[in-house]
Design a binder for this molecule. Sequence first.
Ligand code: SF4
Ligand code: SF4
Length: 366
Amino acid sequence: MAINWQFYHWHLEPSAVCTLKCPRCPRNEHPDTPWLNKNMTLEFVKKFFTEDMLKNSVKRVTMCGDVGDPIYCKEYIDICRYIKLTNPNIHIFTITNGSYKKSEWWREFAEVLDERDTINFSIDGYDDASNNLYRINSDFDSIIQGIRTVRQYNKKVFLNWATIIFSFNQDHLTKINTLAKDLNMDSVQLTRSTKFGSKYGGYGGVNDPLEPRIEFISKSHRYERETINISERIQDNHEYLEHNQKKWVEIKQKYQDKPIIPLCEIGNRGIYVNAEGVLFPCSWTSFPYTSLTHKNKTINWNDSFFATHRNSMNLNLHSFDSIINNPLWNQCSQGFSDPDKTWVECGQKCSADVVDQNYAVGWETN
Ligand code: SF4
Ligand code: SF4
């Protein structure tokens, strides 16, 4: 049984480049990551985003790197323009720290997007000093200028201010909300993370100065998020949402009484291509961790499927069809039903109880 791939939600890492030095980012924890600083090109993207794929299957593309930020991809606007010109109904969801791009760049980007699209600005602080406590080397002024420019040239695109809760901002969430409102943004998203609590290997635990109070740390091995709407704009992404709902019912039924509800098959987690060109069912399985443990099983990154098979799954080396039909994927999908074969990554992120719990509280998709 190979993975039951879905193609309506994709997740790309357009660039593995970033100017920031967030301490928990894999680009800083794993400076030996082999695809660090690589970029996607439009020519490469066309290998899997054929006209047929874009017109007939894709509903949403999440643009977010494991080890880089999409806005530093040299051909990022060209890639987005190609997607939107081929199928304007596709929802492009860009996740960025927002620093250092000039107003002209933001204007050009804003003019490619429409009311279906989202730019998610990951800003943890409320001024330059506080934002630099975790988003080290970020530039608050250029972020704010970027947001203002986008809104000046595009009144419809959705703008989300995304904040991870830390000790330095936990008592300033109202201030963040007010700033976002003043910038005419649409929502504020608050994340209770797993990466800054005692759950994450190598972290300083409760003695770390960034550690928030316990109520701001995720209770599971997956982050918890809530979004507060602050504008009257209504986002038109019903095609994506309808697909998601349909798949949720179908896949939940298929995996009734199984240990895993695979979010890759539902499409909450997009089919993932990293900046090196490697294809994965989701970005959780590509993430360059050091080691992960779940229910007495531990996996080291160097022994993981990703580290072992990345050349076999590289779209620069093989066709899209041959990669998705590669029988090696059985090693992943067998674990959805058989607890003895479940990958640690899948057990942590997509255990039936974790998925159920998060859906019950209105859990979000990325
Ligand atoms: S902004 Fe994103 S890609 Fe850049 S260092 Fe921070 S977490 Fe990593
Ligand atoms: S962690 Fe495993 S089950 Fe979950 S989305 Fe990724 S591949 Fe699928």
